[in-house]
Structures are given as structure tokens and as C-alpha cells.
Design a protein around this ligand. Structure first.
Ligand code: ADP
Ligand code: MG
Length: 493
């Protein structure tokens, strides 16, 4: 077989395998809905954990007061201060990504980790928001994006660590209490009014601005997840000690675990899974998330080198390093519109150590095509989850007239990979059809999950204030620092 014929055959294999047809999308969506419904049942076996979050009160945009948030969910630690005013134009918002969490804090005792987390907010708040000490009891929304068995809106036990954290003393403990204790050790009494994961926080942030049309949130960052607002009457699972205040509750699907025979797994997916830390687990995440898109691409490119003679049939050593090629590279390559694909040449040189003058335009084109196919498959699979949740809510236009839906989005992939959002919307259109998809918008909220966590804290706090069981959080606002007057504009993507 000539090189050209062989090239056609390997690339063609992935061209076909990575395309998810509208018929397949509908089948996967149906499988997803079955897993959602099984996961809500008391003894239902489902690949989706469908964790009740105990978040039964979401912001409606009328919250007022001063709130902080800590967003701790993987790579970075973020802190935020917001002052919610009756007039939304007056809402102030200051967020900062304090740092990538140093590696040593992933292995130390959890108390040391929480001392670090609390310490970051304390130090930062001295410069933004006037310092925590000026509040009698500062109100904090804690965005903690790890699997938690939630026992109340402000309490939940860590089930297990993920994302490389291994801190001793945390499993089975109430993470909100561990954080509050860390503040106490530093002489501060704080009120952690809500502990939520990033998905729930993102939904809350959009609800604050968009109200009742926002019922679903998806995260696409290092990992992936989705949550939605379910009717309590549909949640058959036992909710220990829970006293309903409304008729709904946010459910965290734990989307990464979704698996079904309908998922279009390829040889490279099976290899990636077999060589991962937890083979056989997190199937959906391995097909979609930011952590994996680059690695899937690298594995396909290696196949193209071996079988199609890509890069002259020689894979440089740098290309054999697992996870060397990242989703950021996929995105940069996808967006290169230059005639000679110069940016792709630069990335191949920088990351794979392929001298730019030795990569042919034809090779660069193939790399770009593979990046596009991998991203497109991820986005279309995410569309099955989004539309599956809209189906579960009866809001996908199939059982009654299509209505407006706002889907909240957050995460590094949405933030830095502009075409990804368009690919996701295309997938939604292939499943729902023009009309219902036209009424469905994907929105990011400024301040993201951090702002959302502050909003849930605000909603919970304001609710408690309204029912009387409340201690005022703030006694002195006169030393207020000047803040950048940004408002949490929702962005139409
Ligand atoms: P986390 O998931 O740790 O909370 P983020 O939401 O910020 O963090 O997402 C980080 C992820 O976003 C990275 O792991 C990567 O997959 C993806 N990412 C970062 N930069 C880019 C980029 N330029 N293009 C596409 N994806 C990116
Ligand atoms: Mg995150």
C-alpha cells in the first residue's frame, strides 16, 4: 500500500469513529436520561451518582449584603468579595485567582491544607473588601468541587479525594467545618453559609442574573460535570434530616461517571483508560474533559505516525510522553487560520520538538483536523448531557412547546476555547432541532463559580434572615475599600 493510501485509512478510521451522528446523539441522550432516572431512585443502579446537594434555595437576584467566596476545586484557589445591592448595576465584584495550589498542600494533613486556604482569603481580604476582621462574622460561600455527601446546604462529608489530593484526616469529615476550624485557629469566627461544588455554584450565579429560565449548569475545565434543579418529588433517594423549604433541589449528576453501551469508544479511548489511574471509571469524563482531549489527540497522532507516515513516520521522543500534549494546544491548533498554519508549526516544535521547517503543511492540516474531531466529539457528547437534563425537566420541546432555557457554563475550556461553545451548541441543535435549540442559550457568568458560591451563601443567609434565625454578619461597613465597579454581567456566548 502506498503511504497516501495508508494515510487515508488510519485518518479515515478516526474521521468516522470520532463523528457522532445525530442518530447516535439521540441514542446517547436517551441512555443518559435512563441513567438520570435510575440514579434518582432509592435502589436504582446507575453510573451517575445523582447526588442531592441539599441546595433548595437558589438566588433570585434580590439578595443584598457583603459576601466572600472561596473556590477550591483542583488546580487553582480563587477568592472573591462581592457586595450585592438592590440595584444590580451597583453590584461590586472583585475576584482573584490567588495561586496554583502548591504541590505540598496536596499531601499534607487536611488541617494544614485548610490553614493555607483560609490564610489565602484572610491575606487577600486585607486588600480587597476591607479585611475580614471588620465583620463580626463574615459570610462565606465555599465552592468545594470534590465528591461530597451533602448533609445540609452548609455541610457535607468528603467521600473521597480526586484531582491528585491525598490529604489525611479529611475523608468522612464535614469539609465546611474543617474550613471554619481553620479560620478559628487564625482567630476568626466565620459563617460558611453554603458549601457547594462548582456546578451548583455556576447555576446559582446564572440564576442570580437570569432567574427561572436557568435550570442546568455544566462545567468544562480539567474535569467535567453537570447539575440541574430537580423536583423534590422526583428524588426518591432518602434525604436524612432534610426539611423541605421549597419544592425543588439541585442535583449534582457527577457526570464524569456516566457510561452506557451507546458511548462511541475507540481504540485510543480504551488504551487511555487502561493506562489511567482508575481504569474502567469516569468513562464520560475521559471522552470529554480538558484533562483528556490533548491526550486523546496525542494518541491518535501517534497512530497516524505509525500507520500513515505522518511526520515522515518518525515520532519524536517528546511525543511519547503521556499528557505532554494538552487541551490548550488542541485549542490553539484548532484556531490557527494562517495560510501556512504557522502557529501549528510553532506548537509542534515547542511541544513535540519537531523542527518547524520539517513539518509539512499537509501534516499540520492533519493535526488540525484531528484536534477539531476530538474537540467536536467532546462537545457533542456534552450536548447529550445538556439536552438529557432538559428532557428530564420537560423543557426540551418534546412534550410541550419549546421554552427559553439558559444553560450556565463555566470552566477553562469554555473560557479559553471559543469554538468549543459553538460546537456544543451545534450538538444541541442536532438533537433538539432549530426551534428549541434557538431558545437555548449558553451563558457564562462573570466571576464564575466563585461568584455563584457567594450568591448561594447570600440566598441561604438572606433566607435565614427572613425567617428570623439569623445573626447579622456585618456591623461596620464604613471602612469599605474602593472596589472596581464591575457588575456580574452575564455574557451571551
Ligand atoms: P479547574 O478545572 O482545575 O477548576 P479551569 O476551570 O480553569 O480549572 O480549567 C482548566 C482546564 O482548562 C485545563 O486543564 C485545560 O484543560 C483547559 N484549558 C486551559 N487553557 C485552555 C486553552 N487555552 N484552551 C483550551 N482549554 C484550556
Ligand atoms: Mg474549576
Amino acid at each position: 500500500m502506498s503511504t497516501d493510501e495508508a494515510r487515508q485509512s488510519a485518518l479515515e478510521h478516526y474521521r468516522q469513529g470520532l463523528q457522532v451522528t445525530p442518530e447516535q446523539l439521540a441514542q446517547i441522550r436517551d441512555a443518559f436520561v435512563r441513567e438520570v432516572q435510575a440514579g434518582l431512585r432509592r435502589d436504582g443502579h446507575s453510573s451517575l451518582l445523582m447526588l442531592p446537594t441539599m441546595v433548595d434555595i437558589l438566588p433570585d437576584g434580590h439578595e443584598t449584603g457583603e459576601f466572600y467566596a472561596i473556590n477550591f476545586g483542583g488546580t487553582n484557589l480563587r477568592v472573591l468579595f462581592t457586595k450585592l445591592a438592590k440595584d444590580k448595576k451597583q453590584v461590586e465584584l472583585v475576584e482573584e485567582c490567588t495561586a496554583e495550589i502548591p504541590l505540598e498542600y496536596r499531601r499534607c494533613h487536611v488541617d494544614q491544607l485548610m490553614d493555607y486556604v483560609a490564610g489565602q482569603l484572610i491575606a487577600w481580604a486585607d486588600h480587597h473588601g476591607g479585611g475580614l476582621h471588620r465583620h463580626e462574622r463574615p459570610v462565606i460561600g465555599f465552592c468545594f468541587s470534590f465528591p461530597v455527601e451533602q448533609t445540609a446546604i452548609d455541610a457535607g462529608k468528603l467521600i473521597h479525594w480526586t484531582k491528585g489530593f491525598e490529604n489525611e484526616g479529611a475523608i468522612g469529615q464535614n469539609a465546611a467545618q474543617l474550613l471554619a476550624d481553620a479560620f478559628k485557629r487564625q482567630g476568626l469566627s466565620v459563617h460558611i453559609a453554603a458549601m457547594v461544588n462548582d456546578t451548583v455554584a455556576t447555576l446559582a450565579g446564572i440564576r442570580y442574573g437570569d432567574g427561572i429560565d436557568a435550570n442546568v449548569a455544566v462545567i468544562m475545565g480539567t474535569g467535567t460535570n453537570a447539575c440541574y434543579l430537580e423536583q423534590l418529588s422526583h428524588i426518591e433517594k432518602w434525604l436524612p434530616g432534610f426539611r423541605p423549604r421549597t419544592s425543588d433541589m439541585v442535583v449534582n449528576t457527577e457526570l464524569p461517571g456516566f457510561t452506557a453501551p451507546e458511548l462511541p469508544l475507540l481504540d485510543v479511548d480504551e488504551e487511555l483508560d487502561a493506562e489511567s489511574n482508575h481504569p474502567g471509571q469516569q468513562t464520560f469524563e475521559k471522552l470529554t474533559a480538558g484533562l483528556y482531549m490533548g491526550e486523546i489527540t496525542r494518541r491518535i497522532l501517534l497512530r497516524l505516525v505509525a500507520e500513515d507516515g505522518l511526520f515522515g513516520g518518525q515520532a519524536p521522543d517528546a511525543m511519547k510522553v503521556a499528557y505532554a500534549f494538552t487541551t490548550m494546544h488542541v485549542s490553539l491548533i484548532y484556531h490557527d487560520e494562517s495560510a501556512e498554519l504557522d502557529e501549528i508549526g510553532r506548537i509542534l516544535q515547542e511541544v513535540l520538538q519537531l523542527p518547524a521547517d520539517q513539518t509539512r503543511t499537509e501534516d499540520r492540516k492533519q493535526v488540525q483536523e484531528v484536534c477539531g474531531l476530538v474537540a467536536q466529539r467532546s462537545a457533542r457528547l456534552m450536548a447529550t448531557a445538556v439536552t438529557g437534563l432538559l428532557r428530564q425537566l420537560g423543557r426540551d420541546g418534546s412534550s410541550r412547546p419549546a421554552q427559553r432555557n439558559v444553560v450556565a457554563v463555566d470552566g477553562g475550556v469554555f473560557a479559553h476555547f471559543p469554538a468549543y461553545t459553538a460546537l456544543l451548541h451545534e450538538g444541541i441543535r442536532d438533537i433538539l432541532g432549530e426551534e428549541a435549540a434557538g431558545l437555548c442559550s449558553l451563558k457564562a457568568v462573570e466571576g464564575g463559580a466563585s461568584f455563584g458560591a457567594a450568591c448561594v451563601a447570600a440566598a441561604a443567609n438572606n433566607y435565614m434572615k427572613a425567617v428570623g434565625n439569623y445573626k447579622p454578619p456585618s456591623r461596620n461597613t464604613s471602612s469599605h475599600h474602593v472596589l472596581s465597579p464591575r457588575r456580574p454581567n452575564t455574557l451571551e456566548l
